[in-house]
Design a binder for this molecule. Structure first.
Ligand SMILES: NC(=O)c1ccc[n+]([C@@H]2O[C@H](COP(=O)([O-])OP(=O)(O)OC[C@H]3O[C@@H](n4cnc5c(N)ncnc54)[C@H](O)[C@@H]3O)[C@@H](O)[C@H]2O)c1
Length: 258
């Protein structure tokens, strides 16, 4: 189902001329943890921003502060379904996908469809609009890696049929689609493999180490370290990640690899 929560006013006279010189970014998954940070940042940078989200894990209150901004609008829509035919944009950021295991495992088939059919729909939209398109991929494409830290050239140690495969293999398939659209149609694509990100608006119950430690500390409980305690993680602050997304999107030449 598609619901336009607030429509941008672009129709008349000088307003149209002024707005045409502004770039328009579509952020799929814009109501989520990372997507809402990216929307904020793009608005600060002078973009018109359209967030598109099915609110599966995203929260309306993540967008509260943005709803007052005339350059911001939000469409309630599932990217698995055909996209509204009149969407116009210069840049597309695809962040739409549940990211934490309890969320993506709740409906694994829909998670896989989100990565594959959702990416296909957005890639077609990018083709129609001659827009650049960014894919939020993940460190999970390395599966259970034997190489630490993982260089982008490492193909990973992966599993097609485990309980995490709907997410990991969906994201791997999405990368394949992005690179095939680039080779076949010359589409300008940017693919980032994101590791553990923390910051404002992360879900306290997402099951990841930063939120677990903070919630346990606030409750005065012991901090739980899983496994041997020898494992490593790579952390990034949400605002720094948005900065990285924007630098990757604006790099003069699309990198040939994730
Ligand atoms: N947070 C991290 O540390 C991390 C790490 C690696 C990759 N990523 C990727 O970054 C992206 C954003 O992650 P996040 O942490 O903000 O997660 P999130 O769950 O907070 O945000 C995902 C957003 O996508 C929306 N969404 C999900 N399925 C959709 C669909 N079919 N149609 C439309 N909207 C849909 C959700 O409602 C939500 O607003 C995801 O693609 C995730 O795989 C995140």
């Amino acid at each position: 189902m598609t619901k336009l929560v607030k429509v941008l006013k672009l129709e008349s006279g000088s307003q149209k001329d002024a707005s045409q010189s502004r770039r328009r970014a579509l952020v799929a998954g814009g109501a989520g943890f990372l997507g809402s940070h990216l929307c904020e940042r793009l608005l600060r940078d002078g973009y018109d921003v359209v967030a598109l989200d099915n609110f599966h894990t995203g929260k309306r209150y993540n967008l509260n502060a943005l709803q007052r901004n005339p350059s911001f609008s939000c469409i309630e829509h599932d990217i698995v379904d055909a996209l509204p035919s009149d969407l116009q944009c210069d840049e597309i950021y695809n962040l739409a996908c549940p990211a934490s295991p309890p969320h993506y495992q709740a409906d694994p088939i829909h998670t896989f469809k989100t990565s594959v059919l959702g990416s296909l729909n957005l890639l077609e939209l990018a083709r129609q609009n001659k827009a650049k398109i960014f894919q939020a991929s993940t460190s999970e494409v390395y599966g259970d890696p034997f190489v630490h830290p993982q260089p982008e050239s490492y193909f990973g140690n992966v599993n097609t049929h485990g309980p995490r495969s709907c997410y990991d293999e969906g994201k791997r398939s999405a990368e394949t689609l992005f690179f095939d659209y680039s080779r076949t149609y010359g589409l300008d694509i940017r693919v980032a493999r994101i590791f553990n990100t923390y910051g404002r608006r992360m879900q306290p119950d997402d099951g990841r180490v930063v939120s677990n430690f903070i919630v346990q500390a606030l409750r005065g409980e012991d901090l739980t370290v899983y496994g041997s305690g020898q494992q490593t993680r790579s952390f990034c602050y949400a605002d720094d990640l948005s900065e990285g997304f924007i630098r990757l999107m604006n790099a003069p030449n699309a990198p040939a690899h994730p």
